[in-house]
Ligand binder design. Structure first.
Ligand code: GLC
Length: 727
C-alpha cells in the first residue's frame, strides 16, 4: 500500500507546475468580506480596541459574506482550509478542487476538534484525570465520527504539551505534568482519531501539538520563551511526541515559542534531527497560525521572505494562514536560495497524508444525510456522561458528601446556570444549548433545589444570599473560571478564585452554613482558604455536554468519584512552577532554615499529582518489586476498606536513587484503574521495561544504570508504600 502511494505521489509530482507545488503548501481560511473597507482582521482589531461598537460590528457582520477564494482553489493555489465545516459546503469546495482544477488534487479540511465536536467531552486536563486509555480513545473516535460527517478530515489535536505551571492557560488543553501519562494520552487520542484504517470516511488525521516545550513558557506566560537542557527536553517534553509518532500520528504542529533561542517553526534540530531522523516521522508538518511570519517578530529573520526560506528549509511543510510560502517560495526557487528538492520534499509530505487519508479515492466522504444522522445522535451523550463522571476529582470531603436527597439544598454562583460555561476552552463546534448546566443537572436529581446567582455585575446580592441560606441545610457553591479564563492567550498571574467568588464563599461560611464547593475551571487553582473553610470541594472542571448530570450523580452518590489529578494544585501561585517529579536538591525542605523552602508558605502542594478522594477508602499492602531479565516486576495488594464499591487508580512510581545526573525523587512508570467492591482485596501486577528507567547522561546518551532503585505504590504521588531493589 505504501509503495503504491509513493508511486502515485511521484507520478503526480512530475506533472505539477511550480505554482501548483507551492499551492500545496498553503492552508487558507475563510475570509469575511462585505460592506466594510478594511480587512476582517482589522475590523476585529477595531472592535477589540473600541474604535467600533459591538452594535456597529454586528451591523457590518449582517452585511458580510464568506469568501472561500474559489478562483484560488480552481488554480490549485490552496491545499487546505482551517475553519470550514458542513457536508454541503465542504463538498462544494472539494468539487471545485477535484473537478475544476488542472490536476484535481483534493482539499484537506482541518479544524480544532480538541475535546469533542458537536458532542462536547471534558476538557483534556479533566479527561486526563480518568487515567483510562480506552475512554480517551473512545471520545476521540466519536469526535472523529462527528467531525468527519461535517467534512473535516484533520484535527489539530491532541495537544500533548507537558505543563508544570498552572499560570499557563493552555494547561487546560493538555494532559498535565507527567511525561508518562501525557504519552499514554497521546497514543490513545491518535488511535481514536485515526483508527486502524485512516482512509475510512469516519476517521480523521491527528496532529500532535505544539512541538515542542510550549508548556515550559517562562512565567507561565503564553507564547513566552523557553530554555532548557537537551536532557530535560528529551526526558520531559519530547516523550509524548515520540509516542505519538510511534502510534502513527500523521501530522505535527510546531509551537509558537522559541526553544533555546530558535523559533520551533524554523528549528532544523527539532524538525529534522529529532522528528525526521531520530523519530522517523514521515507525515506532514503544519505551522501554527501565522507562526511562519512571526519568525520575523521573534527577531530570528529579517523579513517574510527569509521566514519562508528558514521554515521551509527546516522542514515545515504547510503554512497556516501567513501566506509567506505563497508569496515568496517562487522567487526563492528562482534565485536558488531554496532548492527544488526541498520544495518537492514538502509537497510529497502533504500529498502523502492526503493519499493516506484516502482523499484522492474518496474526496466526498460525507453528505448531508450522514451529517444529519451523526450530529443528532443522542447515543453519544452517554459517552459524554461517562467521561464527565470519570473526570471529576473529589479534593475534600469532611463527610458531608454524598448529599442525602431529603436535605434542603441551595445552589449559588453564576457559573452554575450557564450551559455554555460547561464546554470550556477550544470547543469551537460545541452546541452549548444542548449542554446540561450544573443547576439543571442537580434539579434533574432533586427538583426542589433553590438556586440564586448571588453575584450580579461583580457585586454580591445580599437578599439572594439571605433567601438561599435561610431555606437550605447545605449550599452548593459553583465557582471557578469562566471558559475564556483558560485556553490560548489566557495566562493568569493570580490563580485563586475571582475575588467576588471568594467574597461569596466567605459570606456564606460566616453565616454558619455547610458549603460544598463545585469547581468549574480550566487549570489548577490556589485554594488554601477554601480547603480550610468549606466542607467539601469537588473538582468538576469544564465537563461538556453532560456536565450537570455528572456533577449531580457525584454529589448525590449515584457515582463514586474516582478521578486523580494530573496537574499539581499549589497552595499559592508563588510556588509555581510546581510538579511532583522534581529532583531532591542537596537540601530538600526540612526543619532547618537552611533547606530549600519558602519563609512564607509551605513547600508541599495543596493537592499533589495523582491525588483524588473516593466515597470509600483503599488500603495498600504487600508491595513487592524485583528485576527479572529486562523488566522490573511489581505487585501490590489494594483493599476496599469502606462500605461502598469504588474504582481506584493504583500508581507505580520509580526512583533511580543514584545516577550520574540527579534524577527525580519519583517518576510515574505504570498505573491501573480497577473497580474494587466493598471489602474486596485485589493483587495488582505491573511489568515495567528497564528501557523505561533510563535517562540522558552528560553526553546525551540514553543510559540505564545499575544500582539501587526505589519503587513506590499508592493512590496518589504522596501517600505511597515503598521498597528498594537493586538492578
Ligand atoms: C491557534 C493554536 C493552535 C490551533 C491553531 C488553529 O493559534 O495555537 O493550537 O490549532 O491556532 O486554530
Amino acid at each position: 500500500m505504501e509503495n503504491k502511494i509513493e508511486n502515485r505521489i511521484e507520478e503526480l509530482l512530475n506533472k505539477m507546475t511550480l505554482d501548483e507545488k507551492i499551492g500545496q503548501l498553503h492552508q487558507s481560511g475563510v475570509s469575511i468580506v462585505g460592506a466594510f473597507e478594511v480587512s476582517f482582521e482589522e475590523l476585529i482589531n477595531m472592535l477589540t480596541d473600541g474604535r467600533i461598537t459591538p452594535k456597529e460590528f454586528e451591523e457590518y457582520m449582517n452585511n458580510a459574506e464568506e469568501d472561500f477564494h474559489e478562483d484560488d482553489i480552481r488554480a490549485g493555489h490552496i491545499s487546505s482550509f482551517n475553519g470550514v465545516h458542513g457536508a454541503e459546503k465542504v463538498n462544494r469546495l472539494q468539487k471545485i478542487a477535484v473537478e475544476e482544477s488542472r490536476l484535481g488534487i483534493p482539499l484537506l479540511i482541518g479544524a480544532d476538534i480538541i475535546h469533542g465536536c458537536k458532542t462536547t467531552f471534558p476538557i483534556p486536563l479533566a479527561e486526563s484525570c480518568c487515567f483510562d486509555e480506552k475512554l480517551w480513545e473512545k471520545t476521540a473516535e466519536i469526535s472523529a465520527e462527528e467531525a468527519s460527517s461535517l467534512g473535516i478530515a484533520w484535527t489539530f489535536a491532541p495537544m500533548i504539551d507537558v505543563a508544570r505551571d498552572p499560570r499557563w492557560g493552555r494547561i487546560s488543553e493538555g494532559a498535565g505534568e507527567d511525561p508518562y501519562l501525557v504519552s499514554k494520552f497521546a497514543v490513545a487520542k491518535v488511535k481514536g482519531f485515526q483508527g486502524e484504517d485512516l482512509s475510512k470516511p469516519n476517521k480523521i488525521l491527528a496532529c500532535a501539538k505544539h512541538f515542542v516545550a510550549y508548556g515550559a513558557c517562562e512565567g507561565g506566560r503564553d507564547y513566552n520563551t523557553t530554555d532548557m537542557s537537551k536532557q530535560k527536553l528529551h526526558e520531559v517534553y519530547l516523550p509524548p511526541f515520540k509516542a505519538a509518532v510511534k502510534a502513527g500520528c500523521q501530522t505535527i504542529m510546531p509551537a509558537f515559542n522559541d526553544l533555546n533561542g530558535v523559533p520551533c517553526s524554523m528549528s532544523k534540530y527539532l524538525l529534522k534531527d529529532v522528528l525526521r531522523n531520530e523519530y522517523k516521522f514521515d507525515g506532514m508538518l503544519i505551522s501554527d497560525a501565522n507562526a511562519i511570519q512571526e519568525c520575523v517578530i521573534h527577531g530570528a529573520v529579517e523579513n517574510r521572505k527569509e521566514a519562508a526560506l528558514s521554515c521551509l528549509s527546516a522542514g515545515l511543510d504547510m503554512d497556516m494562514g501567513s501566506n509567506c510560502y505563497g508569496e515568496h517560495t517562487k522567487e526563492l526557487i528562482e534565485s536558488g536560495d531554496l532548492s527544488i528538492d526541498e520544495l518537492n520534499t514538502a509537497v510529497r509530505n502533504v500529498l502523502r497524508v492526503k493519499f493516506r487519508k484516502g482523499l484522492f479515492d474518496n474526496p466526498y466522504f460525507t453528505n448531508s444525510k450522514r451529517e444529519k444522522e451523526t450530529i443528532s445522535n443522542v447515543k453519544f451523550r452517554s459517552l459524554a456522561k461517562e467521561s464527565a463522571l470519570n473526570s471529576i476529582v473529589l479534593l475534600k470531603n469532611d463527610g458531608i458528601l454524598p448529599l442525602k436527597k431529603e436535605m434542603k439544598i441551595g445552589v449559588v454562583g453564576n457559573l452554575a446556570i450557564d450551559k455554555w460555561e460547561t464546554i470550556g476552552a477550544w470547543a469551537i463546534m460545541a452546541d452549548g444549548d444542548n449542554c446540561i448546566s450544573v443547576v439543571e443537572g442537580i434539579k434533574n436529581s432533586k427538583n426542589d433545589v433553590l438556586y440564586e446567582k448571588c453575584i450580579e455585575d461583580g457585586k454580591l446580592i445580599e437578599d439572594q444570599i439571605d433567601k438561599v441560606c435561610s431555606s437550605s441545610d447545605v449550599i452548593i457553591a459553583v465557582v471557578g473560571e469562566s471558559r475564556d479564563m483558560s485556553g490560548e492567550a489566557s495566562s493568569r498571574g493570580d490563580i485563586s478564585l475571582p475575588e467576588i467568588q471568594q467574597a461569596l464563599l466567605k459570606n456564606i461560611v460566616k453565616r454558619g452554613k455547610k458549603v460544598v464547593v463545585v469547581l468549574m475551571n480550566g487549570r489548577p487553582l490556589a485554594l488554601s482558604w477554601e480547603d480550610k473553610n468549606v466542607n467539601a470541594i469537588v473538582e468538576a472542571w469544564h465537563l461538556g455536554t453532560e456536565m450537570g448530570n455528572a456533577v449531580s450523580d457525584v454529589l448525590f452518590g449515584d457515582f463514586n468519584p474516582c478521578g486523580k489529578l494530573t496537574a499539581t494544585f499549589p497552595y499559592n501561585v508563588g510556588q509555581c512552577p510546581i510538579y511532583y517529579n522534581h529532583p531532591s536538591t542537596g537540601r530538600p525542605a526540612g526543619k532547618s532554615k537552611f533547606t530549600s523552602k519558602y519563609l512564607d508558605m509551605p513547600i508541599k502542594p495543596l493537592y499533589p499529582f495523582g491525588y483524588g478522594l473516593s466515597y470509600t477508602t483503599f488500603q495498600y499492602s504487600d508491595l513487592r518489586a524485583d528485576f527479572n531479565n529486562q523488566n522490573l516486576e511489581v505487585s501490590v495488594k489494594v483493599k476496599n476498606t469502606g462500605d461502598i464499591d469504588g474504582s481506584e487508580v493504583t500508581q507505580i512510581y520509580v526512583q533511580d536513587v543514584v545516577a550520574s545526573r540527579v534524577r527525580p525523587v519519583k517518576e510515574l512508570k505504570a498505573y491501573e484503574k480497577v473497580l474494587i467492591k466493598s471489602g474486596e482485596e485485589k493483587e495488582l501486577h505491573f511489568v515495567i521495561s528497564c528501557d523505561d528507567l533510563g535517562y540522558y547522561n552528560e553526553e546525551m546518551k540514553y543510559v540505564i544504570e545499575k544500582g539501587l532503585y526505589r519503587v513506590f505504590a499508592g493512590g496518589s504521588s504522596e501517600e505511597l508504600l515503598q521498597v528498594e531493589v537493586e538492578l
